[in-house]
Ligand binder design. Structure first.
Ligand SMILES: NC(=O)c1ccc[n+]([C@@H]2O[C@H](COP(=O)([O-])OP(=O)(O)OC[C@H]3O[C@@H](n4cnc5c(N)ncnc54)[C@H](O)[C@@H]3O)[C@@H](O)[C@H]2O)c1
Length: 252
């Protein structure tokens, strides 16, 4: 896919699937604006990209979304694609989720996606509609559909991301702005191992892979390629779609 002369904002760009997206768009010729709260991670990723700039900060602050859009326009002239990959997990059921934990998951996973979408659409509405004003790809999750045990806040947050995606897609369907989400299954990133009582062993990871119909964990690249497809004109007739990238996890 060719993203030459396109400008892509990627949140969560310092790790996992956000990093894989940033690398893929860079390899496809895009200008990439990297957003993450992990400044050293942003430096590491940015150092190996061709045309990028970093906007460090916390996506739960709406000022960061506005700053990322302003930086993209100042450096590269417009915002063609926004990928919202920043997110956190909390492995706790309702009774073990304290107020701060619940609020933090909502602040990052829900508010962060909403703020970035809002800032992006406001900018995209001012851009040329030829061939499209802009495209957003959000990171939902199979957890927003089928529910994983002991992750009440996380599952709720991803359900909200799905509805943010569909709501904005509907409102801007005639504006040449498309909004879709990927719903990854079990993908081998730092998040997969985070927030557990102990670091998972290879045996634990093998057992997790056994729960997937294809009997393996996914790799960040395998999701990034779907994100790039959704961001491309090849997906010109897709908006409001929640695209499972889960090796069959949601079939049963
Ligand atoms: N790994 C999985 O199995 C899986 C499955 C389904 C969905 N997802 C979703 O995919 C997305 C990417 O996850 P990943 O697995 O690559 O995780 P990851 O932990 O490897 O990367 C997440 C990135 O988001 C950044 N981030 C977190 N909170 C932030 C904040 N408040 N402001 C700015 N940046 C912040 C982190 O610093 C990190 O660089 C997330 O939205 C996640 O919920 C992951």
């Amino acid at each position: 896919m060719n993203f030459e002369n396109r400008t892509v904002i990627v949140t969560g760009a310092a790790s996992g699937m956000g990093e894989a997206c940033a690398r893929l768009f860079d390899a496809a010729g895009a200008n990439v604006v990297l957003v993450d709260r992990d400044e050293s991670g942003l430096e590491r990723v940015g150092a190996s990209l061709t045309r990028s700039r970093a906007v460090p900060g916390d996506v739960s602050d709406s000022a960061l979304s506005d700053a990322a859009v302003t930086a993209a326009v100042a450096s590269f002239g417009r915002v063609d694609v926004v990928v919202n990959a920043a997110g956190i997990i909390l492995r706790a059921g309702a009774v073990d989720t304290d107020d701060d934990g619940w609020q933090r998951v909502m602040d990052v996973n829900v508010n962060g996606v909403f703020f970035m979408c809002r800032a992006a659409v406001r900018q995209m509405l001012q851009q040329s509609p030829d061939p499209e004003r802009g495209v957003i790809v959000n990171f939902g999750s199979v957890a927003g559909k089928v529910v994983w045990g002991n992750q009440t806040a996380y599952c709720a947050s991803k359900g909200a991301v799905h509805q943010i995606t569909r709501s904005i897609a509907l409102d801007h369907a005639t504006d040449k702005i498309r909004v879709n989400a990927v719903c990854p299954g079990e993908i081998e990133t730092p998040m997969l191992k985070a927030g557990r009582d102990r670091a998972p062993t290879q045996q634990d990871l093998d057992a997790l892979a056994e729960t997937v119909p294809m009997k393996r964990l996914g790799q960040a690249d395998e999701v990034a390629r779907v994100v790039a497809f959704l961001a491309s004109e090849a997906a010109s007739y897709m908006t409001g779609s929640l695209v499972d990238v889960d090796a069959g996890y949601t079939i049963p």
